[in-house]
Design a protein around this ligand. Structure first.
Ligand SMILES: Cc1cc2nc3c(=O)[nH]c(=O)nc-3n(C[C@H](O)[C@H](O)[C@H](O)COP(=O)(O)O)c2cc1C
Length: 156
Protein backbone atom coordinates (compact mmCIF):
# COMPACT_ATOMS: atom_id res chain seq x y z
CA UNK A 1 0.00 0.00 0.00
CA UNK A 2 1.61 3.24 -1.18
CA UNK A 3 0.95 6.80 -0.11
CA UNK A 4 0.65 9.46 -2.79
CA UNK A 5 1.17 13.09 -1.84
CA UNK A 6 -0.72 15.41 -4.17
CA UNK A 7 0.66 18.96 -4.05
CA UNK A 8 -1.71 21.55 -5.53
CA UNK A 9 -0.33 24.99 -6.48
CA UNK A 10 -3.13 26.75 -8.37
CA UNK A 11 -5.47 29.09 -6.45
CA UNK A 12 -8.08 28.86 -9.24
CA UNK A 13 -9.66 25.65 -7.94
CA UNK A 14 -12.79 24.81 -10.01
CA UNK A 15 -11.52 27.02 -12.89
CA UNK A 16 -8.01 25.53 -12.80
CA UNK A 17 -6.78 23.51 -15.79
CA UNK A 18 -3.93 21.90 -13.84
CA UNK A 19 -6.27 20.79 -11.05
CA UNK A 20 -8.77 19.37 -13.54
CA UNK A 21 -6.07 17.26 -15.18
CA UNK A 22 -4.70 16.23 -11.78
CA UNK A 23 -8.16 15.18 -10.56
CA UNK A 24 -8.65 13.04 -13.64
CA UNK A 25 -5.21 11.51 -13.19
CA UNK A 26 -5.86 10.80 -9.50
CA UNK A 27 -9.28 9.29 -10.17
CA UNK A 28 -7.70 6.90 -12.67
CA UNK A 29 -4.88 6.21 -10.22
CA UNK A 30 -7.30 5.41 -7.39
CA UNK A 31 -9.22 3.02 -9.66
CA UNK A 32 -5.99 1.24 -10.62
CA UNK A 33 -4.55 1.23 -7.06
CA UNK A 34 -7.53 0.92 -4.67
CA UNK A 35 -5.31 0.11 -1.67
CA UNK A 36 -3.18 3.24 -2.00
CA UNK A 37 -3.92 6.47 -0.17
CA UNK A 38 -3.82 9.98 -1.61
CA UNK A 39 -3.10 12.92 0.69
CA UNK A 40 -3.70 16.39 -0.71
CA UNK A 41 -1.52 19.35 0.18
CA UNK A 42 -3.27 22.50 -1.06
CA UNK A 43 -0.49 25.05 -0.78
CA UNK A 44 -3.00 27.93 -0.76
CA UNK A 45 -4.74 26.46 2.28
CA UNK A 46 -1.50 25.72 4.13
CA UNK A 47 0.23 27.99 6.61
CA UNK A 48 3.77 27.53 5.29
CA UNK A 49 6.43 28.68 7.75
CA UNK A 50 8.24 31.84 6.74
CA UNK A 51 11.84 31.29 5.76
CA UNK A 52 12.95 34.10 8.04
CA UNK A 53 16.11 34.91 9.98
CA UNK A 54 15.55 32.27 12.70
CA UNK A 55 14.88 29.56 10.14
CA UNK A 56 17.86 30.58 8.07
CA UNK A 57 20.12 30.64 11.13
CA UNK A 58 18.79 27.21 12.13
CA UNK A 59 19.72 25.87 8.70
CA UNK A 60 23.27 27.24 8.91
CA UNK A 61 23.66 25.98 12.49
CA UNK A 62 23.02 22.47 11.14
CA UNK A 63 25.42 22.95 8.25
CA UNK A 64 28.10 24.14 10.69
CA UNK A 65 27.40 21.40 13.24
CA UNK A 66 26.22 23.84 15.91
CA UNK A 67 23.27 23.41 18.34
CA UNK A 68 20.05 25.37 17.86
CA UNK A 69 19.07 28.28 20.11
CA UNK A 70 15.46 28.04 21.46
CA UNK A 71 14.26 30.39 18.69
CA UNK A 72 16.01 28.39 15.99
CA UNK A 73 14.63 25.14 17.44
CA UNK A 74 11.04 26.38 17.22
CA UNK A 75 11.58 27.64 13.68
CA UNK A 76 13.19 24.37 12.66
CA UNK A 77 10.34 22.26 14.07
CA UNK A 78 7.94 23.96 11.66
CA UNK A 79 10.26 23.09 8.78
CA UNK A 80 10.56 19.51 10.02
CA UNK A 81 6.79 19.09 9.95
CA UNK A 82 6.69 20.08 6.27
CA UNK A 83 9.57 17.74 5.43
CA UNK A 84 8.08 14.87 7.45
CA UNK A 85 4.86 15.03 5.44
CA UNK A 86 6.81 15.13 2.18
CA UNK A 87 9.16 12.31 3.16
CA UNK A 88 6.29 10.09 4.35
CA UNK A 89 5.00 9.75 0.77
CA UNK A 90 6.03 7.03 -1.66
CA UNK A 91 4.91 8.90 -4.78
CA UNK A 92 4.19 12.50 -5.73
CA UNK A 93 1.76 14.35 -7.96
CA UNK A 94 2.25 18.08 -8.49
CA UNK A 95 -0.26 20.32 -10.27
CA UNK A 96 0.81 23.87 -11.02
CA UNK A 97 0.18 26.80 -13.34
CA UNK A 98 2.84 28.61 -15.33
CA UNK A 99 3.20 32.06 -13.85
CA UNK A 100 5.56 34.48 -15.57
CA UNK A 101 7.36 31.63 -17.30
CA UNK A 102 8.01 29.99 -13.96
CA UNK A 103 6.04 28.61 -11.05
CA UNK A 104 3.73 30.40 -8.56
CA UNK A 105 5.59 31.94 -5.65
CA UNK A 106 3.74 29.70 -3.22
CA UNK A 107 5.35 26.61 -4.74
CA UNK A 108 8.78 28.27 -4.56
CA UNK A 109 8.03 29.05 -0.91
CA UNK A 110 7.25 25.38 -0.33
CA UNK A 111 10.44 24.26 -2.10
CA UNK A 112 12.56 26.74 -0.12
CA UNK A 113 11.13 25.40 3.14
CA UNK A 114 11.44 21.78 2.07
CA UNK A 115 15.02 21.70 0.77
CA UNK A 116 16.96 21.45 4.00
CA UNK A 117 20.14 19.74 5.18
CA UNK A 118 19.46 16.56 7.10
CA UNK A 119 15.83 16.46 5.95
CA UNK A 120 15.82 16.25 2.16
CA UNK A 121 19.52 16.52 1.31
CA UNK A 122 22.88 16.04 2.96
CA UNK A 123 26.17 17.81 2.47
CA UNK A 124 29.69 16.71 3.33
CA UNK A 125 32.88 18.24 1.94
CA UNK A 126 33.92 14.75 0.82
CA UNK A 127 30.70 13.76 -0.99
CA UNK A 128 29.16 17.16 -1.73
CA UNK A 129 25.36 17.37 -1.94
CA UNK A 130 23.29 14.19 -1.87
CA UNK A 131 19.53 13.89 -2.18
CA UNK A 132 17.81 12.01 0.64
CA UNK A 133 14.47 11.52 -1.13
CA UNK A 134 15.32 9.12 -3.91
CA UNK A 135 13.65 6.42 -5.97
CA UNK A 136 10.17 7.89 -5.59
CA UNK A 137 8.22 8.58 -8.77
CA UNK A 138 6.70 12.02 -9.39
CA UNK A 139 4.18 13.31 -11.91
CA UNK A 140 4.15 17.04 -12.68
CA UNK A 141 1.05 18.55 -14.34
CA UNK A 142 1.90 22.02 -15.58
CA UNK A 143 -0.74 24.25 -17.19
CA UNK A 144 0.09 27.26 -19.31
CA UNK A 145 -1.99 29.87 -21.11
CA UNK A 146 0.39 30.70 -23.98
CA UNK A 147 1.61 28.63 -26.89
CA UNK A 148 5.28 27.82 -27.33
CA UNK A 149 5.39 25.71 -30.51
CA UNK A 150 8.31 23.58 -31.57
CA UNK A 151 10.69 25.35 -33.89
CA UNK A 152 10.16 28.75 -32.30
CA UNK A 153 12.74 30.38 -30.02
CA UNK A 154 10.31 30.04 -27.12
CA UNK A 155 9.52 26.33 -27.64
CA UNK A 156 9.18 24.30 -24.45
C1 LIG B 1 -0.01 35.62 -12.58
C2 LIG B 1 -0.14 34.81 -13.87
C3 LIG B 1 0.97 34.68 -14.69
C4 LIG B 1 0.89 33.91 -15.88
N1 LIG B 1 2.00 33.78 -16.65
C5 LIG B 1 1.94 32.98 -17.75
C6 LIG B 1 3.11 32.78 -18.56
O1 LIG B 1 4.18 33.30 -18.31
N2 LIG B 1 3.00 32.00 -19.65
C7 LIG B 1 1.82 31.37 -19.98
O2 LIG B 1 1.81 30.64 -20.96
N3 LIG B 1 0.71 31.53 -19.22
C8 LIG B 1 0.74 32.31 -18.12
N4 LIG B 1 -0.38 32.48 -17.33
C9 LIG B 1 -1.61 31.76 -17.70
C10 LIG B 1 -1.75 30.47 -16.89
O3 LIG B 1 -0.60 29.65 -17.00
C11 LIG B 1 -2.96 29.69 -17.35
O4 LIG B 1 -4.12 30.45 -17.02
C12 LIG B 1 -3.07 28.33 -16.73
O5 LIG B 1 -4.30 27.73 -17.10
C13 LIG B 1 -2.99 28.43 -15.23
O6 LIG B 1 -3.13 27.15 -14.65
P1 LIG B 1 -4.41 26.86 -13.75
O7 LIG B 1 -5.59 26.94 -14.69
O8 LIG B 1 -4.20 25.48 -13.22
O9 LIG B 1 -4.47 27.90 -12.67
C14 LIG B 1 -0.32 33.26 -16.20
C15 LIG B 1 -1.43 33.41 -15.35
C16 LIG B 1 -1.34 34.17 -14.20
C17 LIG B 1 -2.54 34.31 -13.29
Amino acid sequence: MAKVLYIEASPRKERSASIEVANNFLNAYRAAHPDDTVETLDLWATDLPRFDQSTLDAKYAILHGQPHTPGQKAAWEAVERIAAQFNSADKYVFSLPMWNFGVPYILKHYIDVLLQPGLTFSFTPEEGYKGLVTGKPAVVIYAQGGQYPKGTPWEN
